[in-house]
Ligand binder design. Structure first.
Ligand code: SF4
Ligand code: SF4
Ligand code: SF4
Ligand code: FES
Length: 949
């Protein structure tokens, strides 16, 4: 076993097409114009000593270690800052250069602790390597002069230390924070001998604006910035490339290991979604995998009021099978169903929906994508012909105007946000459509040209108004429309959109966005060379979520912003594999690849392969399963890796549905809230414990690789196979790669995907088939997948959820950087130092009216229920709007959300709830019960709360 070695070329690659030929140490080298001599040498296999250069940031030229000689030029220029030139003759090793380099190293080492043998970086330290590389044998200056050796360590960050006594002030960390991450938390403060790295206002890292992405730690060539896990465990001895299991960016990582223990996660430079960058979650928040709360034994109980009983896998699986078969015999084959997980792999998700269709004999399969991006699938398939985003992430680097709608990538998709901010710093213009003033609106070095702070629930109206400007001001790209779109549909749509009720002036009256801002934003978007839309759950989780997706597609088509780099309509998917769980046929009406279950030809394909007869009728969606449970026709549910009590709307209804069932099977890492209503608990496996694939927001299928055995004995896919077998259907797969082979065999968009290909290419974006054997980074080039692009009428219909005297404020919800979804994983890591509890953001004016001060407990109440949490006074939200996150079960924001949902997909309307906020003395009764029980036992009391409580 060995560490996967990533070469540091010293400076970033040049993207120039023109090439330059030169000679380095006698070797002929040809590289793109603009390449540094250092990089050209490295690419030719010639190592030039270096310390301040690092290929993820621009060259700086401060250490003077990389000096070279160039024929015909005086002096010894730094190879990292000197670009190649045609015919150049470079020498990297001469006596003069050796002497100069040794001199430089002597100076560094004379002010560096001589504790290599006990240093955590020993064996993996560039300073140590360079001392060897330049042949340093003595330090003539001695160690007695002024030095920095006594400086105190900053241990404030939970994941890494900063030991200034080891700092060589190379500035790699500062540049990584600026150029890679875009946070600008670090500076080199002071001058000359006093110059030093300072976080924020020269304060502890934890108190500064540092977001703990770790880019500086990765950049540091010494042990100055160092992961605490490495200090504790030691240097890794092998590594495995895998994919992050948190958000839809899908960053690639090297899991660096000692035996079966993770030493650290290092973003993989060859990862095509992240290019060597990460956020705090993927890089550091993997400790949940070893958390004491993990359940590692299957458990059973007769009634949900009984204590759990640990049992063998055989007993647990036998119980699941016998209960499911009993229920089907007594109540009918449709009385049971499954919920697949967007956190599990494609292969696992595929198996769970196959379990429903091929073993249960019904189509009662749904997924948590129901509650987030189901409108994306439906809306984009009706307009463009595919249920996925149109671009790869790299495309943003060519956008001239970027419109971000209902998304906060800084918190929810941080690595993509860093890329986008880089493009904005290069001069691209930004339009933010969001009720909150997110940090994109204005933060260091980024400022939106326009912020449209719309009233929650008015997305469709705003998009119609933007399109109205495009049509009525003759900004549409008619050539594109004529060539690429259904012209009759366009004509109908243009007539509709030009109506006065869609004008910015009409929409301004109820959306809260001034007409002139809407007009200016529309003009900026339509006149851009390349304009791209990125959107999030602030678009989809509405009663008109699907209509909003269609409205964005209309706008992009009308302005010709589809089918090339720099443009497109791009959902920023929430969970790691939400794209994959949709692709794999998790929805009750669709088989893998979004093909309707009623289509006999598609069904025939699966029936032949699976040797079963499939039900042609769509099955039940999650809300319908819960309704059917309450009317007695649905009694058994297998939930893999999903916590519907906490993540689905109207918790009371979810709980009532679960309580009405006779066999609820929960498969998860922890006893989640849904497990309170379960009869069988099957311990799940983390992404570190299994093989498979995830598909990220750019349709990129990337490998998940097992780095340790499953702690509970079985990987999630093996559990599903065991259930199928116990129910009488053997499915034979020796490895997840065989499941992928089946997916490829049955799904045209995945026809070319295989583990062998993923080994070769690292990852591929679907469609990957005969036409596109290496995948499809950009969709709809030259023509839409459905043939012609389809314009759909997007009438604005206000939500039924209305404010009034009793509930005068609008609640909208979202995420925070350090936490993930319902927090099951991140709450079990050190990330809690950044977010211990969910807070309610309320505008100062609304707070003042209610006598609420910052930090006070407030009661948040809607027609559905009530919860209490602390208030945070801010002007990030407009008056009349309040905002909270949903990461903590003792707050459970979804107690408050309603059961209104998207007209097409049932995606819940999380983003608009009429509420009242009032001062309170602390938690509500159900919250107190929850806390008491959580302390005493693993069984948790559910929130039985009513609005009248
Ligand atoms: S961890 Fe990230 S944000 Fe914090 S200082 Fe380092 S690079 Fe900057
Ligand atoms: S902390 Fe590390 S990267 Fe930053 S200046 Fe010091 S040695 Fe260089
Ligand atoms: S959480 Fe998302 S952005 Fe962060 S490392 Fe994982 S995939 Fe990347
Ligand atoms: S590596 Fe070139 S000057 Fe430091």
């Amino acid at each position: 076993m060995s560490l996967i070695h990533e070469i540091d070329y010293g400076t970033p690659a040049s993207t120039a097409e023109k090439t330059v030929s030169l000679t380095i140490d006698g070797f002929a080298v040809t590289v793109p114009e603009g390449t540094s001599i250092m990089r050209a040498a490295m690419e030719a296999g010639v190592q030039v000593p270096k310390l301040c250069a690092y290929d993820m940031v621009d060259a700086f030229g401060s250490c003077r270690l990389c000096l070279v000689e160039i024929e015909g030029r005086a002096g010894t220029p730094a190879s990292c800052t000197t670009p190649v030139a045609p015919g150049m003759v470079v020498t990297t090793q001469t006596e003069r250069l050796k002497k100069l380099r040794r001199n430089v190293m002597e100076l560094y080492i004379s002010d560096h602790p001589l504790d290599c043998l006990t240093c955590a970086a020993n064996g993996n330290c560039e300073l140590q390597d360079m001392a060897g590389a330049v042949g340093l044998r003595e330090v003539r200056y001695g160690y007695d002069g002024d030095n920095h050796l006594g400086q105190a360590k900053d241990q404030s960050n939970p994941y890494f230390t900063f030991d200034p006594s080891k700092c060589i002030v190379c500035s790699r960390c500062v540049r990584a924070c600026e150029e890679v991450q875009g946070t600008f938390a670090l500076t080199i403060d002071g001058r000359g001998f006093a110059s030093h790295v300072a976080a924020g206002m020269d304060e502890p890292f934890l108190d500064s604006e540092c977001v703990s992405c770790g880019a500086c730690v990765q950049a540091c060539p010494t042990a100055t910035l160092m992961e605490k896990s490495v200090i504790e465990i030691g240097q890794a001895e092998h590594s495995v490339v895998t994919t992050c299991a948190y958000c839809g960016v899908g960053c690639s990582f090297k899991a660096e290991m000692r035996g079966n223990e993770v030493v650290r996660m290092v973003p993989w430079k060859d990862g095509k979604a992240n290019h060597g960058h990460s956020c705090v979650k993927g890089r550091f928040a993997w400790g949940y995998t070893n958390h004491k709360d993990r359940i590692l034994k299957p458990m059973l109980r007769e009634k949900t009021t009984d204590p759990w009983r640990e049992v063998s896998w055989d007993e647990a699986i036998a119980r699941v099978a016998s209960e499911f078969r009993r229920i089907q015999a007594e109540t009918g084959k449709d009385a049971i169903g499954v919920i697949t997980s967007s956190r599990c792999t494609n292969e696992e998700t595929f198996l769970v929906q196959k379990l429903a269709r091929a073993v249960f004999g019904n189509n009662n399969t749904d997924t948590c994508a129901r509650v987030c991006h189901s409108p994306t699938g439906y809306g984009l398939s009706k307009t463009f012909g595919t249920s996925a985003g149109t671009q790869d992430f790299d495309s943003v680097e060519e956008a001239d105007v970027i419109m971000v709608i209902g998304a906060n990538p800084t918190d929810a998709h941080p690595v993509f946000a860093s890329r986008m901010k880089k493009r904005l710093r290069q001069g691209a213009k930004l339009i933010v459509v969001d009720p909150r003033r997110t940090d994109l609106v204005r933060s260091p070095h980024v400022e939106a040209a326009y912020h449209l702070p719309l009233r929650p629930g008015t997305n469709v109206a705003i998009l119609n108004a933007l399109a109205h400007v495009v049509i009525t001001e003759d900004l549409a790209k008619l050539d594109f429309v004529r060539e690429r779109c259904e012209i009759d549909a366009f004509a109908d749509w243009a007539q509709f959109i030009a109506r006065p009720e869609n004008s910015p002036e009409a929409v301004a009256k109820y959306s809260g966005v001034p007409a002139e801002t809407i007009r200016a934003a529309a003009q900026l978007y339509a006149k851009a060379g390349e304009a791209a839309i990125y959107y999030g759950l602030g678009v989809t989780e509405h009663s008109q979520g699907t209509t909003t997706v269609m409205a964005m597609a209309n706008l992009a088509m009308a302005t010709g912003n589809i089918g090339r780099r720099g443009v497109g309509v791009n959902p920023l998917r929430g969970q790691n594999n939400v794209q994959g769980s949709c692709d794999m046929g998790s929805f009750p009406h669709e088989l893998a690849g979004y093909r309707h279950i009623s289509d006999a030809a598609t069904r025939g394909l699966f029936e032949k392969d699976w040797r079963v007869t499939l039900d042609p009728e769509p099955g039940l969606r999650i809300p319908n399963m819960l309704d059917a449970a309450l009317d007695g026709s649905f009694k058994g549910l297998y939930v893999q890796g999903e916590d519907i009590v906490q993540s689905d709307p109207d918790s009371k209804h979810v709980i009532a549905g679960l309580e009405a069932m006779e066999c609820v099977v929960v498969q998860d890492l922890f006893l989640n809230e849904t497990a309170n209503y379960a009869h069988v608990f099957l311990p799940g496996s983390t992404f570190l414990e299994k093989d498979g694939t995830f598909t990220n927001a750019e349709r990129r299928v990337g490998r998940v690789r097992k780095v340790m055995p499953p702690k509970a004995g079985l990987a999630d896919w093996e559990i599903t196979l065991a259930i199928a077998k116990a129910m009488g259907v053997e499915m034979h797969y020796s490895h997840p790669s065989k499941i992928m082979d089946e997916i490829a065999r049955l799904t045209p968009t995945f026809a070319g995907v295989s583990y062998e290909k993923l080994e070769q290419l690292g990852s591929v974006q679907w469609p990957c088939n005969e036409k596109a054997p290496e995948g499809t980074p950009i969709m709809h080039i030259g023509g839409f997948v459905r043939g012609k692009g389809n314009f759909l009428i997007t009438e604005y219909v206000p939500t039924d959820e209305k404010t009034g005297p009793r509930f005068p404020l609008l609640l909208t919800t979202g995420r925070i950087l350090s936490q993930y979804n319902v927090g099951a994983q991140t709450r079990r890591t050190e990330n809690v130092v950044w977010h211990e509890e969910d807070l309610l953001e309320i505008h100062l004016h609304d707070a003042e009216q209610r006598g609420v001060r910052d930090g006070d407990w407030v009661r948040l109440e809607s027609r559905s229920g009530a919860t209490s949490l602390r208030a945070h006074l801010t002007d990030r939200v407009a008056p009349g709007v309040v905002y909270t996150t949903f990461h903590h079960p003792n707050t459970q924001a979804n107690v408050v959300t309603t059961d209104y949902s998207d007209w097409a997909t049932n995606c819940p309307e999380y983003k608009v709830t009429a509420v009242q906020v009032a001062p309170s003395n602390g938690p509500t009764e159900w919250q107190k019960d929850y806390e008491d029980h959580a302390r005493q036992s693993r069984r948790i009391v559910h929130p039985r709360v009513t609005a009248a409580e």
